[in-house]
Design a protein around this ligand. Structure first.
Ligand SMILES: Cc1[nH+]cc(COP(=O)(O)O)c(CN[C@@H](CCC(=O)O)C(=O)O)c1O
Length: 402
């Protein structure tokens, strides 16, 4: 009889495990600032109206439940590509974009990781920003990659270490793979300016590196889908043949529907056909073909002009609420509690997260004494803040940092 006694107990997930701890807490003022999932000002999950309308139309259309193709719903991947690359994208117009639907952003990164580990013709090493999203390491290690870091966050300014970033691009061996957060960097909320992206593109091109963009927040960062895709589109117009993972979890509130896409720019129609064929050979033994419901909803929303317009309005509402909570948190810290610490980074940073700069022991106290749940590195998901609890949070942060 097989014994499994040799299996060690694994640690709780650094991000998703926080929600479990939060749920067990019965304190009336508890706050979940862990997982990056949008909440409205009542602290409730938000299902977009455009999504609800698309769902109704799908029901009325009485569609079948047949298998999708291995690379997913064509109407979805077409719309996902248009959203990311823009209608004027040359590779898109010339049919040079290999793309597949994926199990959300995580699945896109994994499929991309396995594909690149199988076919990337240079060193199987990928460079991550320091710090990066907690799941990137496991995804690419499990895909067979060696992991390296490039400098990104400057603790002294709570901003971008641009010089260090550029030096590390220059010093990495030629043809390295660089994972780049397209917008709303997780966990820091610190993004390069467009001018800095232009310089990053130039040096990455000089070194022949492969840019692998992770775009998990398009539209959710600034509220503008085109602005948030600046880096992706600039790199493509500069001639980079990028790899891109897209997630519709946050910008369309499709968290549990698991809707994403992986794409790679190729040099010719023949190359695209070969890449498409090999993506299928990666996916088929992994999960065969993707779930259809979420992809149908996203394709309905993006392809219908009315729903698309409504969605753009809703994604801006979400982004604007996040920006307002940043302003309120900083205001209470500085004006009400007269904190003498620098808190400008709360409003300088962008997107779902704020990298507060709190030390582990301060994080520990925030959770233990004030029932505020956040990741150990001091990252807070701004969407967990509302007009009802923002002052309480400011007081708690002030108490543990004064
Ligand atoms: C940069 C980034 N890339 C990819 C993903 C994957 O998203 P999905 O499409 O759901 O597979 C996330 C979600 N990260 C937030 C959500 C929870 C998670 O870690 O997963 C987070 O960091 O809280 C990211 O923040």
């Amino acid at each position: 009889m097989t014994s499994w006694a040799h299996i060690p107990l694994g640690p709780p997930d650094a991000i998703l495990g926080i929600t479990d701890a939060f749920k067990k807490d019965i304190h009336p003022k508890k706050m979940n600032l862990g997982v990056g999932a949008y909440r409205d000002d009542d602290g409730k999950p938000y299902v977009l109206n455009a999504v609800r309308k698309a769902e109704q139309r799908i029901i009325q259309d009485k569609l079948d439940k047949e298998y999708l193709s291995i690379t997913g719903l064509p109407s979805f991947t077409k719309e996902a590509a248009l959203l990311a690359y823009g209608k004027d994208s040359e590779p898109l117009q010339e049919g040079l974009l290999a793309i597949t639907q994926s199990i959300s952003g995580t699945g896109a990164l994994r499929v991309g990781g396995v594909f690149l580990n199988r076919f990337y013709p240079y060193h199987k090493k990928i460079y991550f920003p320091t710090p990066t999203w907690g799941n990137h390491g496991a995804i690419f290690r499990d895909s067979g990659f060696e992991i390296a870091q490039y400098r990104y966050f400057d603790k002294s300014t709570n901003g971008l270490d641009f010089e260090g970033f550029m030096e590390d691009i220059r010093s990495a061996p030629k043809n390295s793979i660089f994972l780049l957060h397209a917008c709303a960097h997780n966990p820091t909320g610190v993004d390069p300016t467009p001018q800095q992206w232009d310089q990053i593109s130039e040096v990455i091109k000089e070194r022949g590196h492969l840019p692998f963009f992770d775009m998990a927040y398009q539209g959710f960062a600034s509220g503008d889908i085109n602005r948030d895709a600046y880096a992706v589109r600039k790199f493509v117009s500069d001639g980079h043949r990028i790899a891109l993972s897209q997630s519709f979890a946050k910008n369309m509130g499709m968290y549990g529907e698991r809707v994403g896409a992986f794409s790679l720019i190729t040099e010719s129609v023949k190359e695209k056909a070969a890449v498409d064929s090999q993506l299928k050979l990666v996916i088929r033994p992994m999960y065969s073909n993707p779930p259809m419901n979420g992809a149908r909803i996203v394709s309905y929303v993006l392809s219908d002009s009315e729903l698309h317009k409504e969605w753009l309005g809703e994604v801006k509402i979400m982004a604007d609420r996040i920006k307002l909570m940043r302003k309120k948190l900083k205001h209470h810290l500085v004006e009400d509690f007269e904190s003498k610490l620098p808190w400008n980074h709360i409003t300088d940073q962008i997107g779902m997260f704020c990298f507060t700069g709190l030390k582990p022991e301060q994080v520990e106290r925030l959770t233990h004494d004030y029932h505020v749940y956040l990741t150990k590195d001091g990252r807070i998901s701004i969407s967990g803040i509302s007009s009802k609890n923002v002052k309480y949070l400011a007081e708690a942060i002030h108490q543990v940092t004064k």
